[in-house]
Design a protein around this ligand. Structure first.
Ligand code: DP6
Length: 371
């Protein structure tokens, strides 16, 4: 159901065409995000079965630049980092194809992308939220340029969020700095299954500097791609209960964030992380993504909280652990992580990040170094 939106923004498809000798350029930096209420399961055209809430990261970003020229004989994404067979091409081309059906002028162009992540490849950090949102920003920027459309900031972010979602669900939340919700919730007027919305106006200032330390238990490629995991929810016996739980947890997280109730945030965030893995372990086929080190880190985080350290954990669909804590507790929490937890990580690797401000436009001079 993206058609009417893009029709409103760009008008009649096929009414504008790129000039033959023009070179189009766009560059964007876009962050990854960590979900506190998890998106797990989808329906119809890449829509979520439940609403999710995430915090956008600051340092874990993808930088992408896109150059396009008119080429009706060889349209599409022809190279990434100069490589015509780059492994990112199928997913990016899939999103481009999807967008061409809404904005046909993009189908007349040949694109080349340069892209790199600030976080090392071998850390197991999901790059699809940052990578797909950075690509969506560039694509839509070029579309606006050709169609001579200038969108007001709110409409621009909404359009980018829709396009990002079509490429990867979690990517639609990265378009916003701070905290964002994707998925319709009766608690949030204006929320939608088609795009994410910012909830920063409801978040107590204490949380806007929340830190996130990513403990790299395993840097291996995911044993189960997210797309397969989402699919497994279609026939999962716990699906109805999960939808109720996620909606209730979203309400509790929004409440905790607005009244600065750190204890409530800890309880709900950890319940979400463990529920995600419980769903994965009880799916058909069942998958176990946690490793012994994951469980030991979780145990120690809970012990440390009991003895007064303000911190909680969350997990993606993998073995790595995210530990979140307030900025003012950073010295003591980071000492605890270095001394007591980093030994459970692959090569002792911990990536220290925090809540970030969202995507940034890059000028043509800001070089992208393929990583
Ligand atoms: C566990 O966004 O990677 O990280 O839409 O198929 O690209 P696709 O899936 P993806 O799923 C992310 C799942 C999660 C939870 C979350 O980020 O909300």
């Amino acid at each position: 159901m993206t058609g009417p939106f893009f029709f409103t923004v760009f008008g009649e498809p096929g009414t504008k065409r790129p000039d033959h000798d023009e070179i189009f350029y766009s560059g964007w930096q876009s962050p990854s995000n960590i979900a506190i209420v998890k998106y797990w399961g989808k329906k119809e055209d890449q829509l979520p079965v439940n609403p999710s809430l995430s915090m956008t990261l600051n340092l874990a970003v993808t930088r992408t630049s896109l150059t396009a020229v008119c080429d009706e004989i060889r349209p599409g994404l022809v190279a990434v980092n100069g490589d015509h067979d780059h492994p990112f091409i199928p997913k990016m081309q899939g999103l481009l194809n999807r967008l061409v059906s809404e904005i046909p002028c993009l189908g007349l162009l040949s694109f080349q992308a340069e892209t790199s992540n600030t976080f090392p490849h071998s850390t197991g950090i999901a790059s699809s939220a940052s990578g797909i949102s950075a690509f969506a920003l560039c694509l839509l920027d070029i579309a606006c340029n050709i169609m001579k459309v200038e969108l007001p900031p709110d409409e621009w972010r909404q359009a980018v969020s829709i396009v990002s979602r079509l490429g990867s669900g979690s990517a639609c939340r990265s378009v916003f700095g701070g905290f964002a919700v994707w998925g319709t919730s009766p608690l949030l007027p204006g929320s939608s299954d088609e795009f994410a919305v910012s909830v920063n106006s409801r978040v107590h200032p204490a949380f806007t500097s929340l830190h996130d330390a990513i403990l790299v238990v395993s840097a291996k490629q995911k044993e189960m791609p997210s797309t397969k995991g989402h699919q497994s929810m279609n026939t999962h016996p716990f699906l109805p209960g999960r939808i109720l739980q996620a909606n209730r947890n979203l309400g509790d997280v929004l409440h905790a964030l607005s009244v600065n109730d750190f204890e409530q945030l800890c309880q709900v965030a950890e319940n979400e992380a463990l529920s995600l893995h419980a769903l994965i372990m009880s799916a058909n086929p069942p998958v176990i993504l946690m490793q012994p080190a994951t469980l030991e880190i979780i145990r120690r985080v809970r012990e440390a909280r009991k003895s007064g350290l303000p911190l909680f954990f969350t997990l993606d669909a993998g073995a790595n652990v995210h530990i979140l804590y307030p900025a003012e507790a950073a010295p003591e929490v980071e000492k605890f992580i270095r001394e007591e937890l980093s030994g459970f990580c692959e090569n002792g690797r911990v990536i220290f990040d925090s809540c970030g401000a969202g995507p940034v436009r890059l000028t043509a001079n800001e070089a992208i170094f393929p990583g």
